[in-house]
Design a protein around this ligand. Structure first.
Ligand SMILES: [Mg+2]
Length: 366
C-alpha cells in the first residue's frame, strides 16, 4: 500500500490498529490436541441430541455448521459431525499465551474474547515501522508457540481492522489503508457491519439502506432521527471513520489470584507465606499485560465459607511486586487476630491502566 504521506498533514493522526483473530479457535485447539480429529468436521459444545455448537472446524463449516447453531440442526446438516466437550481451561491458557505475545509489541491491547483482540501499534515496543510486519511477526510466533493459526486485519481504525481480519481468513492478513477505507465500506451490506445486528439491519433495509453507500448518502440528522445515539456511529463508519480508541482492559478490569489451602490456617506467618505466591502471580500477569493498578483487594474465605474483602487504593499505581505484597500484607494485618480459621486467600489488583503511556511518535505507513 502507499505511504500515508499521500495524506498531507494527516500522517501524525493516522493510527495503526491490528485486529487479531484466531482461526476456528476452540475447534482448532481440539484438532491440535487430538490428531484423530484433524481433517474432520468437529463441533465444540453441544451433543448430537441437545445444546448448541460453540465453535465449528472449517471442515464442519463447509456443511453450513456455525457457532450458536442448535446441535440437532448441525448434526442434520453434517451427519458425520463429531461433538467434542469444550475445555475452557485450555482455551484460557492459550489466550494468555497469545496475549503475552501481543504484549511484546504494545501494552494497548483490547481483548474482545479469548481468541480476538485489538492492538494499537501506532507506537510499538519494538519500533517496527509497518503494522503489517508486526502482524506477520505475531502470527508466526503464535504458530510457533501454540501450533495454531491466526488471521489479522490491519488498518487505521478498529472498525476497518476487524473487517480486514475476515478478508483473508484462515491464516491470512489484509491491510486496509486510509486510501482504501471509504471504498471498502461502500459496497458492504449493512448486515456485515460490525455492531449492526439483524434487527438494525432489517430496519435499515426497510428505510432503503442496504450498503455502506446507502448510509453515506444520508445526512447525520437522518441517521440520528432514525437510529438514536448509534446514528452518528453508523454515519461515520459508512465513511470509513471510527475514532474509538483501543481500550486496554475493557474486559479485564482486575487481575487476581487465589488459592484454597489443603488445611485451614490462622497464624499470620502462615497466611503471609500463602500470600506471597499469589502476589507473584498477580504481578507477573500485570507485567506481561503491561498493566498497572491502584487498588489492592484482599479476599478472605473462612472455614465456614464466609467471605470478606478488604481494599486499599493508592494515589499512584502500585510500583512493584514488593509494594503489592506490602499493601496486601497490610490489609491482612489489619484483620488480625482473625475470628475464624481461613480456607482461602485471594489478592487482586484493579483500577488498571496501561503502563508507560506516552506521546505517540510520528511514523509513516501502516
Ligand atoms: Mg476467531
Amino acid at each position: 500500500m502507499s505511504e500515508s504521506d499521500t495524506m498531507p498533514g494527516a500522517a501524525a493522526a493516522v493510527r495503526k490498529i491490528i485486529h487479531i483473530d484466531m482461526d476456528a479457535f476452540y475447534a482448532s485447539v481440539e484438532q491440535r490436541d487430538n490428531p484423530e480429529l484433524r481433517g474432520k468436521p468437529v463441533a465444540v459444545g453441544g451433543s448430537a441430541e441437545r445444546g448448541v455448537v460453540a465453535a465449528a472446524s472449517y471442515e464442519a463449516r463447509r456443511f453450513g455448521v456455525r457457532s450458536a447453531m442448535p446441535s440437532v440442526t448441525a448434526k442434520r446438516q453434517c451427519p458425520d459431525l463429531i461433538f467434542v466437550r469444550p475445555r475452557f481451561e485450555v482455551y484460557k491458557a492459550i489466550s494468555r499465551q497469545i496475549r503475552d505475545i501481543f504484549a511484546e509489541h504494545t501494552p494497548v491491547i483490547e481483548p474482545l474474547s479469548l481468541d480476538e483482540a485489538y492492538l494499537d501499534v501506532t507506537e510499538n515496543l519494538q519500533g517496527i515501522p509497518l503494522a503489517r510486519d508486526i502482524a506477520l511477526k505475531i502470527r508466526a510466533k503464535i504458530k510457533a508457540e501454540t501450533g495454531l493459526t491466526a488471521s489479522a486485519g490491519i488498518s487505521y481504525n478498529k472498525f476497518l481492522a476487524k473487517l480486514a481480519s475476515d478478508h483473508r481468513k484462515p491464516n491470512g492478513q489484509f491491510v486496509i489503508s486510509p486510501e482504501m477505507g471509504p471504498a471498502f465500506v461502500e459496497t458492504l451490506p449493512v448486515g456485515k457491519f460490525h455492531g449492526i445486528g439483524p434487527a438494525t439491519a432489517a430496519k435499515m433495509n426497510a428505510l432503503g439502506l442496504f450498503t455502506g453507500r446507502d448510509i453515506r448518502n444520508q445526512s447525520l440528522e437522518f441517521m440520528n432521527a432514525n437510529f438514536g445515539k448509534s446514528g452518528a456511529y453508523y454515519y461515520w463508519i459508512s465513511r470509513g471513520v471510527d475514532e474509538r480508541p483501543v481500550r486496554a482492559n475493557r474486559i479485564r478490569k482486575s487481575v487476581g489470584a487465589e488459592n484454597t489451602f489443603s488445611t485451614d490456617l490462622d497464624a499470620f506467618d502462615a497466611l503471609v507465606a500463602e500470600l506471597r505466591p499469589l502476589v507473584d502471580k498477580v504481578w507477573r500477569h500485570c507485567e506481561a499485560a503491561g498493566n498497572r493498578g491502584r487498588t489492592v483487594t484482599l479476599k478472605i474465605k473462612f472455614a465456614d465459607f464466609e467471605i470478606i474483602t478488604r481494599s486499599r487504593s493508592v494515589a499512584a499505581a502500585v510500583a512493584g511486586r514488593d509494594d503489592l505484597e506490602r499493601l496486601a500484607c497490610g490489609l491482612l494485618e489489619a484483620e488480625m487476630p482473625l475470628p475464624k480459621r481461613v480456607r482461602l486467600l485471594g489478592v487482586s489488583l484493579s483500577s488498571l491502566h496501561a503502563a508507560g503511556e506516552s506521546e505517540p511518535q510520528l511514523t509513516l505507513g501502516i
